[in-house]
Design a protein around this ligand. Sequence first.
Ligand code: FES
Ligand SMILES: [Fe+2]
Length: 570
Amino acid sequence: MSEASAAPDNDDLSPPLSSLSSTTFNDVASLRAAAAAAASSKKDSDKKGEKLDPNSSSALKSVASKRTKTSKNPNLQKTITSSKKNNRWDSFDYTQHWYPVVWDCDVLPNQPTKVTLFDVDYVIAKNSQTGEWTALEDQCPHKAAALSEGRLTSSGYFQCAYHGWSFDGTTGDCVQIPQAAAGATSFPPNSCARPIPIREHQTMVWLWPGPMRASAGDYPDPPTVPEMDFPGWKVLRVVRDFDQVDWTLLASNIMDPDHGLFAHGALPFDWYSGSAKHPLKITEESFDNAGWTLSSQVPAVDKVLAVDRSKRQAMGLKVKEKKQTEDIQGTSRFIAPTTTTLCRRDVNDETSSVTAFWVTPVGTGRSRFMSAALFKSGKIPLTIPRWVMTINLNRFLDQDTLLVATQQPPLLRAEAEGVEEPRASLYSYGSATDKTVRLIDQFWDSTLFKVPNRAKTLQNLYRSGQLQRTPPREVVLDRKVQHLDICPDAQGFVKKCHIISRTSLAIAATWVVKALWDRVIPKRTRWLPILSLALAWITDQLRNQYYFVKTEASRNKDLNQTPKKVWLDP
Ligand code: FES
Ligand SMILES: [Fe+2]
């Protein structure tokens, strides 16, 4: 493991223009030349500090030049695959990492479950007798039906539901063809399914998309979040699928605390942000010639909120003073390409709670979000049911999802059209915190051409017109698809809510009918219909939380909070 120097100079991070492939076409070359010229002018203005003033003439020119950089490119796939070479992340290989695909508790034992990684579907299963996990590509070698539609046999083999062929989940070998000659035990090589390495680690299931190695010990370990294994710590797990949010956008969003005050109205985000007075201390590490981690530390005190407070004070408004110590550090850590942790640490590097995030690269323009709230159990002695955590986070995740989904069309269009460094080209990194965000975006811009299947699916999305606009909010924020459909706990909870609600209504109705029939209101049970109706209403409300609720009116309500809570209007 080698440690790079702290706070690297961003201008050193761009790869040389000579790295452009000679196989690109003329229009792509001119497009890149324009992009490079604009990027260079942007760097110059950054050096002069002009980037902080969005109204300056050079900033406006920069915006204008950015617009010239996105033009139609008929050679999308070539553009992506030939982009970005000879850079500092040259050795980063996406196929040589473990990827979390699902919480183990969300996979029912002995039941094939579909997961997706880099636009390829896999079927995974846990054998309840042996405790062993197995995984195959979710495509039957017979006639390409999805194996995830089948079952696990009593011997632990995947059996295709179509014609009943069975496969060993460890080797992919076909072990039975019901229609073959009686007693046949060996079958031709093209009847084998494709296995993929699978591992359970820290209560998550991980897949390795690279080639199989000789033995289990030949793989590195998946990234570890130490607090997950601390005795006496509690773990609350969340999962959500985003079909309109690219995994790179989601990962960058998590490492971008500046958005928390405005998108969520959540004040603690300010503790992880940087400012001129409190610059971020950035540390990079690379390991095994392939991994990359980025940590940032900053005093966990108000920054934007401190400015807001002084504005309010200057206007004679009532302001609550806050005592804060600079000894506590807001610490963010990104382990490329999937894992992020956020926590506040004291001078002894201790913390009592951590929020961990894992972003699964489901495919181009898609992601799976897994998160865990980790805390010392003394803080909250009770075990919090999972549905409480889910409902609590739903509104918060909706706030992010729509905004990040609106980032997607321009970004992926730029990537598809071969714009050099699409993120650096599209975005204006104007805040102190953006130093971290920019580094992560540079990592994406420099390595995404190596992501399995990305060029092909990007090309398909582009040509199908799906990158033209963000789908309607009812689609982007459909909690049923994002969570209910993939979480057995949520399905059980919603079912219970439905039963309680209907039973309560039936009890209330029966009471009313009986009272009408008898023409008497029974005094001793007068509370019953009221309680039943209240219970029906509450369980209906809880159940509704698993479906689309974040309407424009709800968004407007959030926006109205900003001047009251977060930032006074100029
Ligand atoms: S397609 Fe799977 S057995 Fe025929
Ligand atoms: Fe957020």
